[in-house]
Design a protein around this ligand. Sequence first.
Ligand code: IMP
Ligand code: MG
Length: 188
Amino acid sequence: MGSASLDSLAPGRVLISEEELATRVRELGASITADYAGRAPLLIGVLKGAFMFMSDLARAVDLPVEFDFMAVSSYGHSTRSSGVVRIAKDLDLDLADRDVILVEDIVDSGLTLNYLRKNLMSRNPASLEVCALLVRDSDDYDKSLLRYVGFRVPDDFLVGYGLDVAERYRNLTEIRVLDQDVQEGSDR
Ligand code: IMP
Ligand code: MG
């Protein structure tokens, strides 16, 4: 472990400020409140990256939401998905006849999302929509699968507000672009 990662909690320039995040999360919460009026949607958070977003999003929804969590991993700690998705923690609740909203931190290649959509649809929910805080500004996958999107982001590696590199920086209150030297220093 290099000392640099302990010395600096702020690893690069701010891409999305705490205020911008708060405003957008409130807007997403208001949209969900309107769209699901009279229903009790089940929010499914994808651990660990979505925990902070989901916590704020849920408090911006004025409905009796319920919560569940899944943990998936692409193998290893590399800064890009390896292409293999594995369920590390499955849901506790039954999805049959539920209005499910899958809450994701960032959709990059779309591989994790595609896998999770198929997996969740096979459990027969009444409906399934996706709410992603961040989405890559690329054409790699079908954007129509994303009902709620916070921000479209460039192809930089991002940290903060739940997003990590090797488990660090999740507690930053804003989204930052990870500097190249920090990224290389933490990859073993
Ligand atoms: P995908 O399967 O390629 O769409 O990757 C999705 C997952 O990769 C996200 O849920 C994150 O855990 C991780 N990921 C992708 N890009 C970033 C990033 O810039 N910072 C931190 N994690 C990322
Ligand atoms: Mg992750």
